[in-house]
Design a protein around this ligand. Sequence first.
Ligand SMILES: Cc1cc2nc3c(=O)[nH]c(=O)nc-3n(C[C@H](O)[C@H](O)[C@H](O)COP(=O)(O)O)c2cc1C
Length: 169
Amino acid sequence: MRCLHTNKNDNSACREEAKEYLACRMENNLMAKEEWSKLDSDEWAAWSKRGDPVLHIELAKWADIFLIAPLDANTLAKISNGLCDNLVTCTVRAWEISKPLIFCPAMNTKMFQHPLTSSQITILKSWGYLEIPVIEKVLICGDTGPGAMAEVSTIVEFLKDLINKQGIK
Ligand SMILES: Cc1cc2nc3c(=O)[nH]c(=O)nc-3n(C[C@H](O)[C@H](O)[C@H](O)COP(=O)(O)O)c2cc1C
């Protein structure tokens, strides 16, 4: 959040910073169990025998709110069909339906306008998941139209409201 703010929402700068941050923490064994950033490879690294905690189950139990931003077309399709082949989608499958899950779709306008997108979003909403809708702007591919992820400030405000309403500390 801080990086996005400093770099005026330039994701590429933040991706690099996040990669360096994660690499450094992993090298120095500083990845606390509760840390928000987890990788697919951590799933198996953390488990060796029956009774050991399974990361996606632990994350699903531990978190109060699940935010998926951006939710791309591929992961939207997987979630709406119950597929779970990585850490994010496994955690979604283990997510208690009564806890809030917020998703922020993001994709090219052509992909967004395909009828599959609205049917899949409808499925997620029918489970009580909360959508922060896409906005219109110049997309990463240079096209202009609907499909861009909501502004980070919109997402932050939405989260703050939800946290206040639910009384989450
Ligand atoms: C530069 C670039 C940008 C992309 N941006 C998006 C995007 O905003 N939304 C989307 O649905 N797919 C996008 N894609 C396609 C996804 O990367 C692709 O569907 C991938 O399989 C998603 O995998 P994941 O759901 O496991 O993250 C993009 C691909 C490229 C090369």
